[in-house]
Structures are given as C-alpha cells and as structure tokens.
Design a protein around this ligand. Structure first.
Ligand SMILES: Cc1cc2nc3c(=O)[nH]c(=O)nc-3n(C[C@H](O)[C@H](O)[C@H](O)COP(=O)(O)OP(=O)(O)OC[C@H]3O[C@@H](n4cnc5c(N)ncnc54)[C@H](O)[C@@H]3O)c2cc1C
Length: 398
C-alpha cells in the first residue's frame, strides 16, 4: 500500500488548484491526486458557462463574495501570466418589466456593497450597447469575464506534476477509513494511505464525508443546467454576457447568453432537478441514486417548497418552446431552430436536512481529513482563493 503525506480526491478545478497550492507551499510533501475519470475537469468544471464572475449577487459578508472578488483578479492575472485564454467582456443584466427594474435597483446597491462600479442603463442606452437585446433597463458590470476552466485545471495539474506531485486518473475512491495515525483510501483495485485526505469530489463529496463524519446535517442534491449553442451566424450577436435579473428566491442565475472562449455563443443554463448525480441526458435516471434522494428528508422538503418553480423548469426542459421564451424575453430574434444541442452540466448543490438550499461554501473536518462540502458557482472563478483557504486549514497538520 503506497503511503502519502496527503491525498487529494477529485481532479476538478478545486482539487487541482488545492493540490498545486499544497505542493508549492510544501514542496517536500508527497502529494497524490486521485480522479475517477480518464481526464481532469469532466464534471462541473468542464461543463459550465466559463464565466469569471465579478461578485454581483453575493451577500457582502459571505465567503462567496470574498473569494469571488479575489478570484476575479487572480484568475485574470493567472491567465495573463501563463498565456491562457480569457476575455474581460463585461456583463449586462437586463430587466424587462417594472418588477425586474426594482430588483435591478437592489442588485445595483448589492454591487456597490461588493466593491464593484456598476453602470445603470436606460432602455435606449441598452439598445446602443447591445442592439440585439431588448429590455426596459439594464446594469453593466465591466469587470466580468470569460475563460476556459478545463484548460485552467489542466494547467494547474501540469504545474503540480512539474513540482513532483502525482496524478492518477481512472482511480475512483470508494472507501475512506480513518484511524489515529492514517487514513486508508480504498479504490477498486488498489489502496493508498495518507496522513491527511482532502476531499474535492464535487457532487460525490457528501458520500465520502459521511464515511468519516456521519453526523453532517446536509447532502448534495444534483441540479442539472441545460444549454443550447447558437449557430455560427450569431457568434457576434452580443459583445457582452447577457443575464436576466435573477429571482431572489432561487440560487441560480437564470438562462443567459454567454460568449464562449471558442468564439461561439451559448444559451443557458436552466436549473432542473437531475435524476442522478451524473444523469446528464434529458430523461436519464440513475435509479439507485434517485431512490436514495427520495429517502432523504431534505430533498423532499426542497421539492415541497419549490414544486411550482421546479415543475416550470421541468416543463421548459422537456419543451424547447418554453425554454425559447426565456431567451426571447430579452433577445427576440432567436428562433426555435437556432437552439442547437450542447452538453449539460450538473451542479453539486448542498441542501440541509430541513430543506434549505445552502448558498455559501461549506467545509467539514475530522482530525485527518478536510472536505469541501459545498462549492457552488462561482467556485470556478474562486478556485485560487479557495485553494488558499484550504491550505491554511491544513497547514498546521501537514
Ligand atoms: C451548469 C453550471 C454552470 C456553472 N457556471 C459557472 C461559471 O460560469 N463560473 C463559475 O465560476 N462557476 C460556475 N459553475 C460552478 C463551477 O463549475 C463549480 O463550482 C466548480 O467547477 C466546482 O469544482 P469542483 O472541483 O469542486 O467540482 P468538479 O468539477 O465537479 O470536480 C469534482 C471531481 O471529483 C471527481 N470525483 C468525484 N468522486 C470521486 C471519487 N470517489 N474518486 C475520485 N474522483 C472523484 C469527479 O470526477 C470530478 O472530476 C457552474 C456549474 C455548473 C454545473
């Protein structure tokens, strides 16, 4: 059984950034990263909108706000330093009626509390800035950008390996056993041991946590985000990211138009309950996982509290015309035939036993393990500061 100072589970952006941080700070440690897929960033990190968020929405005293502010600066600086693609294209949040205008005003204040310098626009100013977009008012946030988080993750791992870190793909961790001296990490055909384990397993992180800390009062529920890609003729339909005004009751940001690093535009994501942690297909069901979800009281409570919006999302997911309406609200020229297939993502959303969606980052600890329990959006933007926070939690134990 190979023995390491620390084993990191999960080769998404949080695991990769954290492994690199640990190796940079303590080059003498033996660090192993285990990833169940054949390559890095195959789940949330490689299936997201690619937005470098500026921190518009988050409660000013939350970890989300703090890490996002710092993550924006550091992600851009990293891309500049290592010649990785990014674009600081700015973001327009578009209101389409009076109710949304009122919410936009609240977001404007929130932006200022979060140390941004938003610009409020009238309908005419919006038209001048984005002729394809219609709305009654808008807010422009210049700092927001885009990048390719898959490439960023691959770059973190390449640097980690250059420093002597080890990465093993196709290696799924099935079991963790902790004793006074070590954690035993059991995979299908081999076992490892480590003085410390860092769990960054995304949508599966709760299952690993519960093996060492059975008393946590929350679980990860998977929420699918479905996208479409627009045809090439729309590659320059907008020069900025276009977002609706989010519903304050829901943690997700709404279907937006996103410029992608490849030069094309996507529409999405919605937020539909996924019927399994990797059930990416429209009607895909992972039976055992779904039954497990049904048995969880927090899940049943979430469904009870949000059944109306949940049904609406399901309807729009199954019926492209419903989805189209969400887009046409602010971009009327998009038609049904313009919505081309594009891979969906699944968000790992922590839900408490009493059915509350947990909005902020959440960690759990035992003597020999640290777990990233909830790393929702904008965790890709915030990966570098999250890695620093993880390192400071671990530093004394390493
Ligand atoms: C639809 C969507 C849109 C988003 N848009 C944005 C955005 O624009 N900007 C932004 O900042 N954030 C965005 N996010 C959020 C962001 O993508 C995630 O917060 C971030 O990628 C989380 O990274 P992670 O490393 O924690 O998780 P993941 O990327 O999911 O990585 C977890 C890894 O662990 C591996 N793993 C799991 N279990 C095991 C096991 N037992 N053994 C070994 N390996 C295991 C998985 O294979 C996976 O590679 C979005 C998310 C989604 C889903």
């Amino acid at each position: 059984m190979s023995d390491y100072d620390i084993i990191v589970i999960g080769g998404g952006i949080v695991g990769a950034a954290s492994a690199l941080k640990i190796k940079r700070e303590k080059p003498g440690l033996s660090v192993l990263l285990l990833e169940k897929e054949a390559a890095a960033a195959q789940h949330q990190t490689g299936r997201n909108s690619g937005v470098i968020h500026a921190g518009v929405y988050y409660a000013p005293d939350s970890l989300k706000a703090k890490y996002c502010r710092e993550g924006l600066q550091r992600t851009i600086a990293w891309c500049q330093q290592y010649d990785l693609p990014y674009q600081q294209c700015g973001k327009l949040i578009v209101a389409t009626d009076e109710q949304e205008e009122a919410r936009l005003q609240q977001l404007y204040l929130r932006c200022q509390q979060n140390q941004l310098q938003p610009e409020l626009l009238s309908a005419a100013q919006l038209r001048a800035k984005a002729p394809a977009i219609s709305g009654s008012a808008a807010m422009f946030i210049q700092q927001t950008g885009i990048t390719d988080y898959k490439r960023l993750t691959a770059h973190f791992l390449a640097q980690f390996e250059q420093l002597g870190g080890k990465v093993r793909f196709n290696t799924q961790v099935d079991q963790l056993e902790e004793n006074e001296h070590k954690v035993r990490v059991v995979c299908k055909s081999e076992q490892f041991s480590a003085a410390q384990v860092l769990n960054c397993a995304g949508v599966y992180s709760d299952e690993l946590i519960r093996q060492l800390k059975p008393d946590i009062d929350w679980r990860i529920i998977p929420f699918k985000g479905e996208y479409f890609r627009l045809p090439e003729k729309y590659n320059r339909i907008v020069e900025h990211l276009i977002y609706p005004v989010p519903d304050p009751q829901l943690p997700f940001l709404g279907v937006h138009l996103t410029l992608m690093i490849g030069g094309y535009v996507t529409v999405g994501p919605n937020a539909v309950l996924a019927l399994g942690k990797e059930a990416y297909g429209k009607t895909e069901l992972q039976f055992h996982q779904f039954v497990d979800m049904l048995c969880y009281s927090g899940f049943r409570q979430v469904v009870k509290k949000n059944w109306r919006s949940g049904m609406e999302e399901f309807r729009n997911s199954l019926n492209k015309r419903g989805y189209l309406k969400l887009v046409q609200k602010y971009c009327p020229q998009i038609q049904l035939q313009d919505l081309l297939p594009y891979p969906a993502g699944i968000r790992a959303q922590a839900v408490s036993d009493n059915g509350e969606l947990i909005h902020d980052f959440r960690f759990a600890e035992t003597a020999r393990s640290l777990h990233v329990g909830n790393a929702p959006s904008p965790a890709a933007t915030s990966a570098l500061p999250i890695a620093d926070a993880i390192y400071s939690k671990l530093a004394d134990k390493l």
